[in-house]
Write a protein that binds this ligand. Structure first.
Ligand code: N01
Length: 891
């Protein structure tokens, strides 16, 4: 029985006969609304779709300005839910025009007979949750209000145009147009003086076409944007062949990709490629005319690292200078204030070349801001320009504007969504909001949405929501609401994801910066379409994790919790390792495990260049030991850090933490000497500890010889190497030197006890397992020796030790003994800084350029080493935003 047949509550009855009763109300008839209506109807829900416009299309209905096109290739920017539909529609161009996309959406509406459930010309003015009836009540500006069990906002991310924010628009006597509300009739611009304000995607598509018609075009640019040639034409044969060769596989690859378009993850890092190789890759991308390709396919670090990004941005800047003849105009058009991709780049046709036309002028608003609009034109700080037409290509109140345009949205206990979002949107999965039961958003803030191919994201959202409604109906459930815990966890995960990308370094509509007074923060989910999809699926497979569900005749269900507690890249690494289905390392034998680690390390990104790498040998406690010296590119002598690699006293060597040593050498401007101490089982306790001490002593005595600064040095180590570093400090204190000015202990082994909670909490599943630790201990050290401070430094005397930074990771068996060591050192009087890396696992902080979210921790470690050496911290572009806040690393 459809829900609509259920008797209305008394409160509904008072709303009168003009209320339309349905199971589901959908707001907005764009890509999302149309597919929703189709799915809901097929599932047997009674539905109505309310649409302000006179026809279907959503943003494609309103954005009719000349040049409007999609900028994801049309074969990817289309529905995929019905193979018959795919066969029934052929796109004429690689990037279809707005009229063609609108025709497509009309075709879809007709094919599935959707219009009969759409109320066009009907704006939803407000909506209220009726707790007693467990229904939403929607008021409209045209006809009956609507009472529904579920309300779904399919209002689009870029559909609420931003007001002009410039004084005097009403005084202007000429014509005014907004790209986002372009008239249906043809606008004649021939012979007219036209001004365009705004150089985002809309402006960049529009400007070349207006220039061809207008007597004169003046472009008012506040921020230059990166634009790339679309090379539009017929749909490319190679992509069509790929699609037609394996349609299902192609679509599935898109669904699991980062951006919703099937391009593979790029593995090569920029510093592995020569200048010529990088240029060749760039030229291929420039010629390809594909936004997602150039955003993802050049080198692995282009979107996550400022240096890798600058290499690409510089090549685009070079192109702008090549195309635009007037150097001053070229300079004004060249973006310098944001990384490439952090602000939405544009695809263009002749955009830069348009500025070579004699009838086009660029006004740089950074030099002469608009002071107002007058009856005859536009005034800037330097001049008055008379024009006949002003076109505002000034963008949208993105992501939240169209949702908030329905005002108020009143949820449980009378809470208004605008109040709940006063400091920025808070959602669970970008789909729901705590306090607003049975309300869903399609591609809402907190979902990949605008950072993805919208068509793919919309289908995923619609399917997820429709499947939930079906499952609820089958289970006799009538309400669903996100919990505050789940929502707070999602906000944390969102913030973690945004440290992975460079979006945090730009002020854009992604961050709300384009709307005066709007709360700032990266609004879309930056973790990628595929990972997002698996998270949504995990929510379901974990019993609707983070949702409270109720029904009249069934017990309330609430499996409360956070869906992602790991850092996003740690999650990817662990998933990848799980997929490899490796045998336990401890089953491989010592040599087998060493071979495995060596092989595994070959697949990691190469370490970054440093000034010089020198291999040598030094005397250990019982014979020569290899070492590798990493020297910075700056003139020496440099402070020295003696480094001990990880590997449970059994695995690894002086080269096995190569990327970490290089990274820390670059970040600190210090020389790192990585010592190849002896390993068990060949050399059991106390070989590693004694080698560590002997090596440190030799390095201190020969500092000048290896280009280091004489005087106190520092020690550092990861895992078992952290153990050796800690032990070395104790031995140096007790054996008369050398002087050590600081110790950096990264996830160190500090004690032989296995009973701390981190050993149980993280016994399996995070690569370093409890049984692997048992194995390491058994190989290195007999039970009788284990309480010796040379292997359990926590049991040693802790007075008079050097300052320390102790880094621990939340999902690491060794976490609690690291914390215990930090606390004990501090209690004994050493200055100690604790770095508790939330969401990280044992290997996170040394997996340079794989676990990108480990950067913040390495910045903090480098700062600590500089402090130990009495130097100011090294500053690196891009560190802003990752330099840890006190809460960001706390476990
Ligand atoms: O809007 P925008 P858009 N005074 O916000 C300037 C999608 N889209 O409509 O950067 C002076 O990008 C503003 O300057 P600044 C696509 O995702 C897709 O162009 O804020 N200038 C900026 O230059 C796109 O990113 C397609 O300093 C003012 C411009 O106006 C998104 O929609 C086509 C100003 C606004 O650019 C939005 O694009 C079109 C002021 N008061 C759009 N206020 C496709 O190809 C704003 N500006 C699929």
């Amino acid at each position: 029985m459809p829900e609509a047949m259920v008797a209305s509550s008394a409160s509904e009855a008072t709303r009168g006969a003009t209320t339309q009763q349905v199971d589901v109300a959908v707001v907005g008839a764009g890509f999302a609304g149309l597919y929703l209506l189709n799915r809901l109807r097929k599932a047997g829900f009674s539905s109505v779709l309310l649409e302000e416009a006179g026809d279907v299309g959503g943003t494609w209905y309103w954005n009719r300005y000349p040049g409007a096109r999609c900028d994801i290739q049309t074969i990817d920017y289309a529905y995929t839910f019905d193979p018959e539909l795919e066969r029934a529609w052929q796109w004429s161009e690689k990037y279809a025009t707005q009229p063609e996309i609108l025709r497509y959406l009309g075709f879809v509406a007709d094919r599935y007979d959707l219009r009969r459930d759409i109320r066009f010309g009907t704006k939803v003015t407000a909506t209220t949750w009726d707790q007693a009836a467990e229904r939403w009540w929607l008021t409209t500006d045209n006809g009956a209000s609507v009472s529904c069990r579920y309300c779904i906002m399919a209002t689009g991310c870029l559909s609420a145009p931003k007001p002009p924010e410039i004084d005097g628009v009403k005084d202007f006597k000429g014509e005014v147009y907004f790209t986002g509300r372009w008239p249906h009739e043809e606008i004649k611009l021939a012979g007219k003086r036209v001004a365009v304000i705004g150089t985002g995607s809309s402006g960049i598509q529009l400007i070349p076409l207006i220039a061809e018609q207008a007597a004169h075009l003046t472009v008012f640019q506040r921020t230059p944007n990166f634009a790339l040639p679309a090379h539009n034409g017929a749909p490319p044969a190679d992509r069509i062949a790929l699609l037609e060769g394996d349609r299902a596989g192609y679509r599935e690859q898109a669904r699991m990709s980062l951006a919703g378009v099937p391009w593979p993850q790029q593995m090569a890092v920029s510093w592995q490629l020569s200048d010529a190789e990088r240029r060749e890759r760039f030229e291929t991308a420039w010629a390809a005319g594909d936004l997602v390709y150039i955003l993802t396919q050049l080198w692995a670090d282009q979107a996550v690292d400022v240096d890798g990004n600058t290499l690409l941005a510089d090549l685009i800047r070079e192109k702008i200078r090549e195309i635009v003849k007037d150097p001053e105009t070229a300079a004004a058009l060249t973006p310098h204030d944001h990384p490439f991709g952090a602000k939405r780049p544009c695809l263009d046709t002749n955009y830069y070349a348009t500025y070579n036309r004699p009838n086009v002028t660029l006004v740089n608003l950074r030099q002469e801001p608009i002071t107002g609009i007058t009856a005859s034109g536009i005034k800037t700080g330097k001049r008055s320009l008379d024009v006949d037409v002003i076109v505002f290509a000034t963008g949208f109140d993105a992501m939240t504007g169209a949702i908030m345009a329905v005002h108020p949205i009143t949820g449980r206990d009378g809470k208004s969504l605008s109040d709940v979002w006063a400091n920025g949107p808070r959602t669970y999965l970008g789909l729901t909001v705590a306090g607003f039961p049975n309300l869903f958003m399609i591609t809402g803030p907190g979902s990949p949405s605008v950072l993805s191919n919208m068509a793919v994201s919309i289908e995923q959202h619609v399917d997820w929501v429709a499947d939930r409604l079906i499952a609820m109906r089958e289970a006799g459930l009538t309400t669903i609401e996100a919990t505050e815990t789940a929502q707070a966890g999602w906000a944390r995960h969102m913030a973690d994801c945004s440290t992975l990308t460079l979006h945090r370094l730009a002020n854009t509509w992604y961050t709300g910066a384009n709307v005066p007074g709007k709360a700032s923060g990266v609004m879309p989910y930056t973790g990628g379409v595929g990972p997002y999809r698996t998270i949504c699926d995990e929510v379901v497979s974990c019993g609707m994790l983070g949702f409270r569900l109720t029904g009249p005749n069934v017990p309330e269900q609430c499996n409360d919790g956070e869906v992602v507690r790991l850092q996003p890249d740690v999650r990817l690494v662990l998933n990848m390792l799980a997929e490899m289905n490796l045998p336990p390392i401890e089953s491989m034998g010592a040599q087998g495990a060493r071979d495995f680690v060596a092989e595994f390390n070959k697949s990691r990104p190469a370490g970054r260049p440093v000034g010089e790498v020198v291999d040598g040998t030094l005397p250990g406690a019982d014979g020569p030991l290899p070492y590798r010296l990493y020297r910075p590119a700056t003139p020496g002598p440099h402070p020295i850090v003696v480094y001990f690699h990880g590997g449970g006293w059994v695995l690894g060597d002086e080269q096995s933490d190569d990327p970490f040593c290089r990274d820390m050498c670059r970040r600190t401007g210090m020389s790192f000497v990585s010592v190849g101490y002896r390993h068990a089982p060949e050399h059991r306790f106390p070989a590693a500890a004694e080698d560590g001490y002997a090596a440190t002593r030799w390095i201190a005595e020969h500092a000048a010889e290896i280009g280091g600064k004489p005087g106190p040095l520092m020690v550092a180590g990861w895992s078992a190497g952290g153990n050796i570093a800690a032990v070395t400090c104790q031995l140096a204190r007790d054996r008369g030197g050398p002087a050590i000015s600081g110790q950096l202990l990264v996830c160190p082994v500090t004690d032989c006890g296995f009973d701390r909670p981190s050993y149980t909490d993280n016994a399996t599943g995070y690569f370093l397992t409890r049984s692997l630790m048992y194995w390491f201990w058994d190989i290195y050290c007999s039970p009788a020796d284990r309480t010796d401070p040379r292997v359990s430094p926590l049991r040693g005397k802790l007075e008079n030790l050097p300052p320390a930074l102790v880094a621990t990771c939340e999902f690491d068996p060794l976490r609690d003994e690291g914390v215990a060591y930090a606390e004990a050192l501090s209690a004994a009087g050493a200055p100690v800084e604790q770095l508790k890396a939330r969401g990280h696992f044992h290997s996170s902080l040394t997996m340079v350029d794989v676990v990108i979210t480990g950067v913040a921790a390495r910045v903090q470690m480098a700062d600590a080493l500089c402090r130990f050496a009495g130097l100011p911290p090294e500053r690196k572009e891009g560190d802003e935003g990752v330099r840890p806040r006190s809460d960001s690393l706390a476990a």
